[in-house]
Design a binder for this molecule. Structure first.
Ligand code: NAD
Length: 283
């Protein structure tokens, strides 16, 4: 299963990063979005990111031009017809992703791999929207894509063994390391980080100060960021949505702590509203 042409759906935060790292590794890339202005915005983000690499002397100016020349753009997903691998990075809406995969199933070559970058939606359900679920897989990049070394790879129940192997090979070729996860809500990364954050909310409810909880996790466990700072950064509403999905899948073990619900109801969502576990109005 030789992969040469990678088609990336969505030129947003994740899509443009995926297009960039794929082109950097030598793949012929095509990046799509629904409007040309979104595609151009994605290309501008890639250029800016490559400029940083040139400045740091990680790549040369001539490498930058060669990488950019390997990325083509389109607003028509039918251009995925000769791709060897499609990586979908459209918004996290199950019905939207199922529709895109249904279309891709008709557009793409029969042996093309169809991957989704979903953070938490069921791979099996996305795969079931196609006639050939064997070629559907989850490839979950972390943000920011060019920086983060780990990539979760999630086979669905039907995913073929050679599709899993070819996906791992692609991940290694772009200089990253595949972490194989099972197809349950949140896979490994989102599930564990949500569990850590939820337990941190309970710690605060037990009377621990947020700054002490974050300090303990940073200094005693060597995490770069505390779980409450992370919640403020992601947004309490986003964290709550993730935990509710986990609760549906795993029951009581991952029931959102009452403090989180209280904060969401009060609009204390974190950085984006200026108040969360910390006050951002003065910063
Ligand atoms: N942002 C993150 O930190 C992060 C991390 C890991 C995974 N993810 C996942 O990656 C996916 C994309 O997230 P994002 O943050 O890049 O979103 P985003 O909103 O920045 O970008 C999504 C892009 O997809 C485009 N799009 C929508 N429908 C399309 C279609 N039919 N064809 C082509 N393009 C289409 C949108 O116009 C938009 O530009 C989601 O599933 C998300 O859960 C996000």
């Amino acid at each position: 299963m030789a992969i040469k042409k990678v088609f990336v759906i969505g030129a947003g935060t994740m899509g443009n990063g995926i297009a960039q790292v794929s082109a950097q590794a030598g793949y012929d890339v095509m990046m799509s979005d629904i409007k040309d202005e979104f595609v151009q915005k994605g290309m501008a983000a890639i250029e800016k990111s490559l400029d940083r690499l040139v400045k740091k002397e990680t790549i040369k100016e001539s490498d930058k031009s060669a990488i950019l020349a390997r990325i083509k753009t389109t607003t028509d997903n039918k251009d995925a017809k000769d791709a060897d691998m499609v990586i979908e990075a459209a918004p996290e809406i199950l019905e939207l992703k199922k529709n895109i995969f249904k279309q891709l199933d008709d557009i793409c070559k029969p042996d093309a791999i169809l991957a989704t970058n979903t953070s938490s939606l069921p791979i099996g359900e996305i795969a079931a929207s196609t006639k050939n679920p064997k070629r559907v897989i989850g490839i979950h990049f972390m943000n920011p894509v060019p920086v983060m070394k780990g990539v979760e790879v999630i086979p669905g129940r039907q995913t073929a063994a050679d599709v899993l192997e070819a996906s791992k090979e692609y991940i290694r070729k772009i200089g990253k390391e595949p972490c194989e996860a099972r197809d349950y809500a949140g896979f490994i990364v989102s599930r564990l980080v949500d569990a850590l954050m939820n337990e941190a909310f309970w710690c605060v409810m037990d009377g621990n100060k947020p700054e002490e909880v974050d300090k303990a996790i940073k200094l005693c466990l060597n995490h770069p960021m505390g779980p409450l700072e992370l919640c403020d950064l992601a947004g309490a509403d986003v964290v709550m949505h993730g935990l509710e999905t986990m609760y549906e899948e795993f029951g009581e073990r991952l029931m959102p702590a009452p403090l989180l619900k209280n904060m969401v109801r009060s609009g204390d969502l974190g950085r984006k509203t200026g108040r969360g576990f910390y006050d951002y109005t003065q910063k």
